[in-house]
Design a binder for this molecule. Structure first.
Ligand SMILES: Nc1nc2c(ncn2[C@@H]2O[C@H](COP(=O)(O)OP(=O)(O)OP(=O)(O)O)[C@@H](O)[C@H]2O)c(=O)[nH]1
Ligand SMILES: [Mg+2]
Length: 375
């Protein structure tokens, strides 16, 4: 017997309940086939842990998850909003939960650096770490050592002691062939070496700074001793750029433990320095700390007074990168480490000049010491 369309419709009108069965069956089949394939693809995606897959939570048979509708239909939902006006940099940063980015270019891994870093008492969950490592065979070694130190720590640290995030970058620019003390300190290689260092620092800060970063602390990999309250101590000065005084422990002529000034890149400009710079060709630079280039600049390293207030500030024109605190906005405004002669200055010294040209003040703490490794 062949049913015509009209007969079926008439039958449904007369006994509507009879139609519910087949419709329900079709609905179940539809849901089974389409939802089934959908959820199996999302399971396989999440099991492969593809980078950009989204977990779809709470999806029932008859309800589409609200979030997934938004994700599918409204791509603008992906826009993250950060109000940079609301981002504070204040003397009581910890209270305001201000986030810090600690940046370290690393050509050698010193366990003392790592231990010292981990002793910092500023809330680690507010701190992100960023490293940049040269792409040399020494760099391979450094990467292994750093990664193994991080992994070891991850297994032993409590949740509250862990860093918010750690980023390790491999440098895409060149670095100096020999990192031996005598080679890297020769005046002839300074322009090339400092220029490479500048590129590494720029890569590091431009790739790791986040919209929520309030402060950047540049901490060299050979700074092996500082106060555990380094961040709080420096932040309390609320300066745009602030450099600690880098000293070094050594054993003196009488075999007694002693300290001596180490970093001479924290300086105040002098008339002689300006005159020297004015006589240079466009692409030449002045580097501090070399007798061949006497600038007679007052060097912060020589202003240390053990008996004076550790909070004494001095205005500077050049800085080093040993332990340098920078408000993240200074970098956001465009202050970077020139890899080219900028007012005849390069790298961290050029950075101080650039920050000043952007209208920021640059300071140092002559009586506040951090210690450089003694090789
Ligand atoms: N990524 C990267 N880091 C480097 C390179 N050279 C040095 N570094 C790191 O950059 C920081 C500063 O380099 P240093 O060689 O210590 O330079 P400096 O402090 O001016 O000089 P000395 O300590 O006196 O040798 C340290 O943390 C080094 O480990 C490099 O070629 N690439
Ligand atoms: Mg150093």
């Amino acid at each position: 017997m062949v049913y015509s369309k009209q007969m079926i419709i008439r039958q449904i009108r007369r006994k509507p309940l009879l139609a519910i069965g087949p419709i329900a069956l079709l609905l179940v089949l539809y849901l089974f086939l389409f939802r089934g394939s959908d959820s199996s693809s999302s399971t396989s995606a999440s099991s492969k842990k593809t980078k950009y897959s989204y977990e779809k939570k709470g999806r029932g048979w008859f309800s589409k998850n609200k979030d997934s509708i938004i994700l599918q239909d409204l791509p603008q939902n992906h826009i993250s909003h950060y109000d940079l006006n609301a981002l504070t940099t204040s003397a009581n940063a910890l209270e305001n939960k201000e986030q810090v980015l600690i940046l370290t270019p690393m050509s050698k891994f010193l366990p003392q650096y790592w231990e010292n870093l981990n002793k910092l008492t500023y809330d680690h969950s507010l701190i992100e770490l960023g490293f940049i490592i040269p792409r040399s065979t020494e760099g391979d070694q450094v990467l292994k050592q750093l990664e193994s130190a991080i992994k070891k720590q991850l297994s032993s640290l409590k949740e509250t002691e862990k860093w918010k995030k750690i980023t390790i970058l491999r440098q895409d620019s060149d670095s100096l062939k020999s990192q031996l003390e005598k080679d890297r300190h020769a005046l002839s290689v300074q322009k090339e070496r400092r220029s490479m260092m500048a590129l590494a620092r720029n890569s590091l800060v431009f790739t790791t700074i986040s919209p929520y970063t309030s402060w950047c602390l540049w901490l060299d990999a050979d700074i092996v001793e500082s106060s555990p309250t380094l961040l709080q101590d420096m932040i309390a000065h609320d300066k745009a750029v602030l450099s600690a005084n880098v000293y070094q422990r050594w054993t003196d002529e009488n075999n007694k433990p002693a300290i001596r000034p180490y970093d001479f890149n924290n300086w105040v400009e002098s008339d002689e320095g300006l005159k020297l710079a004015s006589q240079l060709k466009d692409d030449e630079i002045v580097v501090e700390g070399y007798a061949e280039m006497a600038t007679y600049r007052p060097l912060m390293a020589h202003f240390y007074d053990a008996n004076a207030d550790a909070n004494t500030e001095m205005a500077l024109d050049g800085v080093g990168g040993g332990a340098l605190l920078v408000k993240a906005d200074v970098h956001r405004d465009g202050a970077m480490f020139p890899s080219f002669p900028f007012y005849h200055l390069i790298e961290t010294e050029g950075f101080a000049k650039m920050a000043k040209r952007l209208g920021y003040e640059v300071f140092g703490l002559p009586n506040y010491l951090v210690y450089h490794y003694n090789e």
